[in-house]
Ligand binder design. Structure first.
Ligand code: AKB
Length: 319
């Protein structure tokens, strides 16, 4: 049986990934790793073990791995794209110095490691339409630079030391549980909250700006399926393009309006978010993930919108 440590278990992806892993592998086998000031609460705290696991403190990682005999680490510690631009040195410290600590502990204790990359690992010079798996990656944001480095360092530890590192390039992730913080794609989550609260939505991204997106259940399934995949089939490792849909702000707005006809949206473009979005792919080619580990999303924009509106209405207690 696997023993899994989730680093960053209280974040947007970590909080739901920890619960999904507990469902699949048993509560006692999945440790919610956290840092001081971001302790697990509620179901996350009650349903299984939790332990301090701070990527900037290698000893804390080692203690958690030894205590629970961990063999698999999901490393979700990172600053998102917009916040990383205002705190570049912290983004590097968490994303790269932190990853180094994770990989060293994984090497010593023979753990498999999942550290996600992102559409942010691409840049202006990357082909924007059907972005290939293997292509030019010259991002100019600190987030992108840490993500490309994450891919290279993870491959290095696999090739040099045999550490079983695997990853995906996540698109924007949309969820109704834990809100994201400081990302370029956050608008695609915020728009649903405004719609459910019957508030006018102020969109920070220009009409016509396409970005890849995915509903959280597919994102969780992708991470877990890749870590379960037969290694003999993997030609790539760090990191696979994956996508479920690609849309611009006006497309998601039109989809929501089918259910909330009086919903209003205006544009107030945020120059930083727009410049980051402009440098990212319009839509990625994820055929390598489909071929090498049978990746296949289940939600499209229409089915995600129905589920988001339903779940958020219940959560926010709106009829
Ligand atoms: C962000 O917008 O920073 C993230 C991402 C796409 O990596 N959601």
């Amino acid at each position: 049986m696997k023993n899994i440590l989730v680093i960053g278990s209280t974040g947007q992806i970590g909080s739901e990934l920890t619960m999904e892993l507990r469902k699949r592998y048993g509560n006692g086998h999945v440790i919610a790793g956290y840092i001081m000031g971001a302790e697990p609460k509620g179901e996350l705290k009650e349903s299984g073990p939790s332990e301090i696991a701070n990527v900037t403190d290698r000893q804390s990682l080692e203690l958690a791995v030894k205590k629970y005999n961990v063999d698999t680490i999901y490393n979700l510690a990172a600053l998102l794209s917009v916040v990383a631009e205002s705190r570049p040195s912290m983004a590097w410290k968490i994303g790269i110095d932190g990853l180094w600590n994770v990989l060293e502990v994984a090497r010593e204790y023979k753990c498999a490691v999942f550290t996600p990359s992102s559409i942010g690992s691409f840049g202006m010079d990357t082909p924007h339409v059907m972005t290939p798996q293997d292509t030019i990656q010259r991002p100019r944001t600190m987030y992108g630079i840490t993500k490309v480095t994450t891919e290279l360092l993870s491959d290095y530890y696999f090739l040099k030391y045999g550490v079983d590192t695997r990853a995906v390039r996540f698109p924007g992730i949309i969820s109704n549980v834990t809100p994201p913080g400081g990302g370029t794609t956050d608008y695609a989550v915020d728009i649903y909250y405004s719609a459910v609260r019957r508030q006018k939505f102020v969109c920070p991204i220009k009409p016509g700006t396409l970005m890849d997106m995915m509903y959280m259940p597919d994102a969780l399934n992708a991470a877990i399926s890749l870590m379960e995949a037969d290694p003999a089939r993997l030609i790539h490792r760090n990191a696979f393009n994956i996508t479920a849909m690609s849309f611009a702000p006006e497309t998601i707005y039109d989809e929501i309006k089918k259910h909330v006809p009086d919903f209003e949206m205006v544009y107030e473009v945020d120059p930083l978010k727009q410049s980051i979005a402009d440098s990212w792919p319009d839509c990625m080619d994820d055929s390598c993930a489909r071929r090498e580990w049978d990746w296949k999303p289940t939600y499209d924009l229409a089915s995600m919108t129905v589920d988001m509106l339903d779940k958020l209405s219940k959560k926010l207690k709106v009829e």
